[in-house]
Ligand binder design. Structure first.
Ligand SMILES: Cc1ncc(COP(=O)(O)O)c(C=O)c1O
Length: 430
């Protein structure tokens, strides 16, 4: 859209700053450009018509970073692998939650993660990554990237990350440390990473070596409502939008959020790799964003009740719920500083039994669905050891506390009493 967008990109009323949840109803969309339609249409087009050949030249120059935009110049629409009105609106709206300059959307969370890593890593580089981490990301870092000459060193989430410094020392010996990749809270243990500590370390390494590692944070579990990693030290925030943001278990998508400068290389790689989101999916996610805060708030309230119920259940050994953290826990301060007091709605718990008992519980569920994924309106349960984290080597899983007695629940927005009734009868199967 080349028209002046200032009015429909309004962020303030006088001195009052509008909240993201309000902005989700219309930010970045001008109804006048679409016959007065309250909602944006889906721009199902692969390509866009240029008014003049000079426009085409200008648009490509901006899109390919061949020159900086002139005063007031907006990037024009070219081709839906490069840009599309639905995706531009969605990306602008996603950036609002993080108070960031820019967002980029992708065909999946893994597309966002892999495109971002490829944009910042080169053969011979080292990636420092937190563990545990989503199984797909773990596989990419531990198995695929090494085939392209990229070495990986792990540090454990939790506390003030005592393994972060030694892991960085080891990483520096192996080559240029280009990326610190973090997932906080971690899937499935809810381990936390101190992002301030990561930023301080990255700055120190930058001073020592002349190359400051880029800090990427997967914020799928708590964001973008309950955690804003850019405020705490991350350079790029990554999402599986498939989860809470889209929130209805009906689409797969991802995002990267950050400054225009940090996202520049990723945008370039996305254009060439073709890992962008499609317009129809983008439209659906904009619809989801209108209820994001409501859904995340309702799911968190439900999760509080479910976690309390599980914690008191005789067949449950331990509940890995952030809200139960004690003041003397080394992660407590990180939780207070980074997570805006909310524990989210996805957590794991260990039953008093073995894999067979855990499977019996899953098979007995009547309301909660036995499925991987999380963040949807419906509650889901799964067995991380055998399912989402199947690719993680068994010895690593055991070291990180992912046992075959662990079940993960993503609490939805159903009536919590119904969920508790379901869990009550299913846990009899232990
Ligand atoms: C924390 C986290 N990050 C990334 C992903 C990958 O996202 P997607 O399935 O959208 O590719 C997942 C998927 O489960 C996840 O849980």
């Amino acid at each position: 859209m080349t028209k002046d967008r200032k009015d429909f990109r309004k962020k303030m009323i006088g001195n009052h700053r509008l909240s993201p949840e309000t902005q989700m109803m219309g930010y970045g969309y001008d109804p006048e450009l679409s016959e007065g339609s309250l909602k944006p249409p889906v721009f199902l087009t692969s390509t866009f018509v240029f008014k003049k050949a000079q426009d085409g030249k200008d648009f490509f120059e901006l899109a390919y970073g061949k020159r900086a935009p002139k005063e007031g110049e907006e990037p024009g629409l070219i081709y839906s692998r490069i840009n599309n009105p639905n995706l531009e609106m969605l990306e602008d709206r996603l950036a609002l939650w993080e108070d960031a300059e820019k967002g980029l959307t992708f065909s999946s969370g893994m597309a966002a993660i892999s495109t971002s890593l490829l944009a910042y890593l080169r053969p011979g580089d080292v990636i420092l990554f937190s563990a545990p981490i989503y199984g797909g990301t773990e596989y990419l870092i531990r198995n695929i990237l090494p085939e392209y000459g990229i070495k990986a060193v792990e540090f454990e989430s939790g506390g003030t990350n005592p393994t972060l410094q030694p892991a960085m020392e080891e990483a520096k010996k192996l080559g240029r440390v280009a990326v610190i990749f973090t997932e906080t809270p971690a899937n499935p243990t809810n381990g936390l990473i101190d992002l301030h500590a990561c930023r301080d370390l990255a700055d120190k390494v930058g001073e020592e070596t002349g190359h400051r590692p880029v800090i990427m944070t997967d914020n799928t579990f708590l964001g973008p409502v309950w955690q804003h990693p850019l405020e705490h030290g991350a350079d790029i925030v990554l999402y599986s939008l498939t989860k809470y943001v889209a929130g209805h278990s009906d689409i797969v998508a991802g995002a990267a959020i950050g400054s225009t400068a940090m996202l520049g290389p990723i945008a370039g790689f996305r254009t060439i790799l073709g890992t962008m989101c499609d317009p129809h999916t983008g439209w659906l996610i904009m619809r989801s964003l209108e209820t994001l805060k409501l859904r995340m708030t309702a799911a968190s309230e439900n999760a509080k009740k479910i976690a309390k119920y599980l914690n008191e259940h005789p067949n449950v050994e331990k509940v890995h719920y952030l809200g139960f953290m004690k003041k003397d826990d080394p992660c407590y301060k990180i939780f207070q500083d980074q997570c805006e007091g909310q524990a989210g709605a996805t957590f794991a718990f260990d039953i008093k039994g073995d894999e067979a008992a855990a499977f019996r519980v899953l098979d007995a569920l009547q309301v909660i669905k036995l499925a991987v994924s999380l963040g949807g309106t419906e509650s889901l349960m799964e067995h991380p050891y055998a399912m989402t984290h199947a690719d993680v080597p068994d010895d690593v899983k055991e070291r990180l506390g992912i046992s075959d007695r662990m079940l993960r629940i993503s609490v939805g927005v159903e009536n919590p009493d119904d969920l508790i009734a379901d869990l009550s009868q299913a846990l009899d199967a232990v």
